[in-house]
Design a protein around this ligand. Structure first.
Ligand code: UDP
Ligand code: MG
Length: 186
């Protein structure tokens, strides 16, 4: 009996300990003690034409992020001009706008801990030649002008870009059945 009690107590301590708190606490709450950062990710026209949308989504889901908004659109030039306003004096700007207008893009908002920083690491270096294998650009692109994917480069930039590409009612909050709590330490 005492032994049984000790075993139950040990199991309880294990499950309630810092590493496994998620197993007992916040079941299906959908809540998180961490501020949930959001970022804009867009599969560019070359990525859509090459059927890479599913691969991109899979990588972000597997990493532990949550999709809270997604749409496919032919990006209007007004959005592209605002999106790339800091690059408007660059020599490649006209070609960039033409490339981004050459077909539909799939714009997404992903949510999660440090998602801005981590998603930049996941997409890789702007110049595909420098992008490390294992990154999206490093695995699927060979040239800077056809680099498959966009991701916001700062938290402030992400907020600006999300507001540019999405109406607030196009972004959903959904409970994720505790998945988040199994991706982050308690
Ligand atoms: N770009 C280009 N030539 C360059 C630099 C950038 O065609 O020499 C394009 C490329 O598609 C890149 C986008 O412009 O993704 C935006 O450039 P930025 O420096 O913001 O890179 P990113 O944030 O996309 O990595
Ligand atoms: Mg950028």
């Amino acid at each position: 009996m005492g032994c049984q009690f000790r075993r139950v107590a040990a199991l309880r301590a294990l499950l309630c300990g810092p590493r496994f708190q998620c197993l007992l606490v916040r079941p299906n709450s959908g809540g998180s003690p961490w501020p949930q950062e959001r970022t804009l990710v867009a599969v560019k026209p070359d990525g859509v034409q090459r059927r890479l949308v599913g691969t991109v989504i899979q990588r972000f889901e597997r990493r532990g992020f949550k999709l809270v908004g997604m749409k496919m659109l032919q990006a209007p030039e007004s959005i592209l001009a605002e999106h790339y306003r800091d690059l408007r004096r660059k020599p490649f700007y006209p070609a960039l706008i033409s490339y981004m207008s050459s077909g539909p893009v799939v714009a997404m908002v992903w949510e999660g801990h440090n998602v801005v920083h981590i998603s930049r690491a996941m997409i890789g270096h702007t110049d595909s030649t420098e992008a490390a294998p294992g990154t999206i650009r490093g695995d699927f692109s060979v040239h800077i002008s056809r680099n498959v994917i966009h991701a916001s480069d700062s938290v402030d930039g992400a907020q600006r870009e999300i507001e540019l590409w999405f109406q607030s009612n196009e972004l959903l909050s959904w409970a994720d059945g505790g998945h988040h709590s199994s991706c982050y330490p308690a």
